[in-house]
Write a protein that binds this ligand. Structure first.
Ligand SMILES: CC(C)(COP(=O)(O)OP(=O)(O)OC[C@H]1O[C@@H](n2cnc3c(N)ncnc32)[C@H](O[C@H]2O[C@H](COP(=O)(O)OP(=O)(O)OP(=O)(O)O)[C@@H](O)[C@H]2O)[C@@H]1O)[C@@H](O)C(=O)NCCC(=O)NCCS
Ligand SMILES: Nc1ncnc2[nH]cnc12
Length: 290
């Protein structure tokens, strides 16, 4: 059934849609897609979609409480509480599998930012304002050590927290430009999104890869992804061959670029905002979640 959505409901719907479209994009080395579970023995495409749908209430709540506000300590902690509830909803939906923790973080902050100022049309500004919110400390953060914290300390790299606090530079400076450049070549949308994914993998210090397979595996993954882009992207035969090589490599070392997948979903979300901001963002038809 179609119904008209409010502005904040629309933000949540677009975020869920971006997550589903990221999951369905095929083929994605090491990641879950329509053909394979990559290096994730406990996941499937059905599980990713179920997980994405379970996040709509939390995303909607984040948008609602952020509407018309500015970044503040108070808002940061309200969003964190809702984000943690979103993580619980995800674990409930997936039977305890961590499908989208990083995505809840990135999309939660971006949704909050977009809701703060519905008239904002600059994607850069939306990402930078999300970064300002992420800079406020979360004083209620549980005192447990995460995989990300462990490898950040071990290898001296940045992770999901710093990416957000800097205003998502990988999305602003790499992913969105590659998406729009690929589109300008007139290639199919899936290929544009795959090029975008490889541009992220080529540059991001993905703590998922580090935690599962270590620094040498991260370096090799980045190098193969750069090679795909240098060969002209996935629409060239040579680029496609390296994509297959990367799939084989990641499966062999049981590693997965989950952080890059999250940032691809966040890029798709911002791209939808850009498209819809050209016309009013409310009153869209609800995306079918069936
Ligand atoms: C600040 C938080 C993001 C916590 O960050 P931290 O690094 O401390 O914690 P992690 O638990 O490691 O989660 C970070 C997830 O972010 C993704 N990611 C990794 N690297 C980057 C990067 N460089 N930039 C951006 N994003 C990155 C990644 O998420 C994906 O991977 C998850 C699956 O990982 P996997 O290793 O397969 O599974 P695990 O179960 O963890 O291990 P295995 O034993 O199976 O191997 C999947 O979820 C993807 O989404 C990282 O995992 C933040 O979460 C936080 O503080 N939240 C509190 C609530 C809050 O404030 N919310 C506000 C906004 S809603
Ligand atoms: N497609 C995917 N496969 C595995 N982990 C992910 N995290 C976010 N998207 C993912």
């Amino acid at each position: 059934m179609e119904k008209s959505l409010t502005y904040t409901e629309n933000l949540a719907m677009l975020a869920v849609r971006a997550l589903i479209e990221e999951a369905e994009l095929t083929p994605k080395p090491g990641l879950v897609d329509k053909e394979s579970a990559g290096s994730h023995h406990d996941m499937s495409i059905e599980l990713m979609i179920k997980s994405a749908k379970s996040l709509e209430p939390a995303f909607s709540e984040i948008a609602k409480v952020s509407y018309g506000r500015v970044p503040s300590q108070e808002l940061r902690e309200e969003i964190a509480a809702i984000g943690r509830q979103g993580e619980k909803d995800m674990f409930q939906a997936t039977g305890g599998v961590n499908t989208h923790k990083g995505a809840i973080w990135a999309l939660g902050l971006l949704i909050s930012s977009a809701a703060m100022n519905p008239k904002e049309t600059s994607l850069d500004q939306i990402a930078l304002t999300a970064g300002k919110l992420a800079l406020f400390p979360d004083r209620n953060l549980p005192q447990q050590i995460t995989n990300g914290q462990r490898v950040k300390e071990k290898y001296g790299v940045n992770g999901a927290l710093e990416e957000a606090q800097k205003g998502f530079p990988h999305i602003r400076e790499i992913a969105l430009p590659v998406l729009y450049e690929s589109r300008s070549r007139g290639i199919k949308e899936e290929l544009c999104r795959l090029n975008t994914l490889f541009s992220l993998i080529a540059s991001l210090d993905d703590t998922c890869i580090l935690h599962r397979a270590g620094f040498a595996a991260l370096t090799a993954t980045k190098e193969l992804s750069s090679e795909i882009l240098l060969l002209g992207g996935v629409c060239t035969e040579a680029g496609w061959k390296v994509l297959e090589e990367l799939s084989h490599f990641l499966n062999m070392c049981n590693a997965s670029p989950g952080g890059s997948a999250d940032l691809l979903a966040a890029t798709i979300f911002l791209d939808y905002l850009y498209e819809t901001n050209k016309s009013p963002l409310w009153g869209l038809k609800k995306y079918s979640l069936i």
